[in-house]
Design a protein around this ligand. Structure first.
Ligand SMILES: Nc1ncnc2c1ncn2[C@@H]1O[C@H](COP(=O)(O)OP(=O)(O)OP(=O)(O)O)[C@@H](O)[C@H]1O
Ligand SMILES: N[C@@H](CCO)C(=O)O
Length: 331
């Protein structure tokens, strides 16, 4: 796009909600979500050329964020991105100032990867914007993912990619954390539905990490390793039953479920109504139930809506995996 056209256009980046851990892969496995009814479940960031940098925050959950732009992770993404461009040798006066608008659609501290969604939309959007402006993307996907993990770490107190990676790449992702390959995309069963219910309360990721023990007992370590290895093998062999049987959380759920009213009843109902697996999405309070048919997913979605949601902020969606991940459009 020419310089003149870019001055009159807005690039919009979208980044979907995600389930961190997926029960059996603490910090190592994540899944991107797409509601089957077409509703939007992810943040959007608009980017346009301006006289000076500014961040505007809009959307359903805008008022739940700190009011000053400097505390918003999107501003930090912008500052980090521009500093990296300068390190690459782009002179300051060759980099246009930008107005960014965050449409904050995901609740904060929800377990749906809310900060990750803002980070991915901001950084992916900036990379796409400058790809058009300079004629070449400043960063590769892997370089971008490394920065996304770093910024997520600034918020939650430790670098973990299990929200940013699926949100960016789409589908089900396994962290390799090798400097040249941070994340791998795994196959998934297309007939699986992921009922995802946010109760409406706020659980801080940092606080939900603090309550976990610093050491894991030997039997749990062996079960964790066995489950993750067998799960990946079962995905590649398309063995649904075995894959689902591995979806148990021996690391975080036993400690975190005490933060989640009605967690045990929700699991019991879901399992009695055909859920193949049930667990905490990321650090909660969102829970998810996996079903292999829409009828069961609908029954569980209705029950969770009626029983797990605590207030007007909560919601529940029947989802499939969002295999596209982050995307951009122009207006
Ligand atoms: N754009 C943003 N989106 C979300 N949180 C942000 C953003 N900018 C700053 N923050 C701050 O980052 C912190 C995010 O907390 P936390 O990691 O618990 O939530 P989260 O990322 O929304 O969690 P989850 O992954 O469970 O959805 C909050 O203190 C919030 O005010
Ligand atoms: N893996 C992270 C995800 C946070 O959303 C955790 O469980 O703390």
């Amino acid at each position: 796009m020419s310089d003149v056209n870019m001055k009159n256009s807005i690039l919009r980046a979208y980044a979907p909600a995600s389930i961190g851990n997926v029960s059996l892969g603490f910090d190592l496995l994540g899944a991107a979500l797409k509601p089957i009814d077409g509703s939007l479940l992810g943040d959007e960031v608009d980017i346009e050329i301006a006289e000076q940098f500014s961040l505007v925050v809009k959307g359903r959950f805008a008022d739940k964020l700190p009011p000053d732009a400097d505390s918003n992770i999107v501003t930090r993404c912008y500052q980090h991105f521009i500093a990296e461009l300068e390190k690459q040798g782009h002179p300051k006066n060759a980099i246009p100032a930008l107005k960014m608008t965050l449409h904050k659609h995901l609740p904060i501290g929800s377990g749906l990867g809310s900060s990750a969604s803002s980070i991915v939309a901001a950084l992916f959007g900036l990379n796409q914007f400058f790809a058009e402006y300079f004629g070449k993307a400043p960063f590769t996907d892997n370089e971008l993912l490394l920065v996304m993990g770093e910024l997520e770490g600034q918020i939650s107190g430790s670098v973990h990619y299990d929200n940013v990676a699926p949100c960016f790449l789409g589908g089900l992702t396994l962290m390799a954390e090798h400097k040249e390959q941070i994340a791998l995309q795994l196959p998934m069963f297309e007939n699986w539905y992921w009922v995802s219910c946010y109760s409406g309360i706020n659980v801080s990721t940092a606080a939900a990490r603090d309550i976990l023990p610093k050491q894991v007992a030997m039997p749990n370590t062996i079960q964790f390793g066995r489950q993750l290895a067998v799960f990946v093998d079962a995905l590649y062999r398309k063995d649904e039953k075995l894959a689902a049987a591995m979806m148990l959380d021996v690391i975080a759920e036993p400690y975190r479920k005490s933060l989640l009213p009605k967690f045990d009843e929700s699991r019991t109902f879901s399992e009695q109504h055909g859920a193949l697996a049930f667990g905490i999405s990321g650090s909660g309070p969102t829970v998810f139930a996996v079903c292999d048919n829409l009828e069961n997913a609908k029954i569980i979605n209705q029950w969770l809506t009626d029983n797990y949601i605590q207030n007007d902020t909560g919601f529940s969606h029947i989802c499939q995996l969002d295999t596209s991940g982050a995307s951009v459009s122009h207006s």
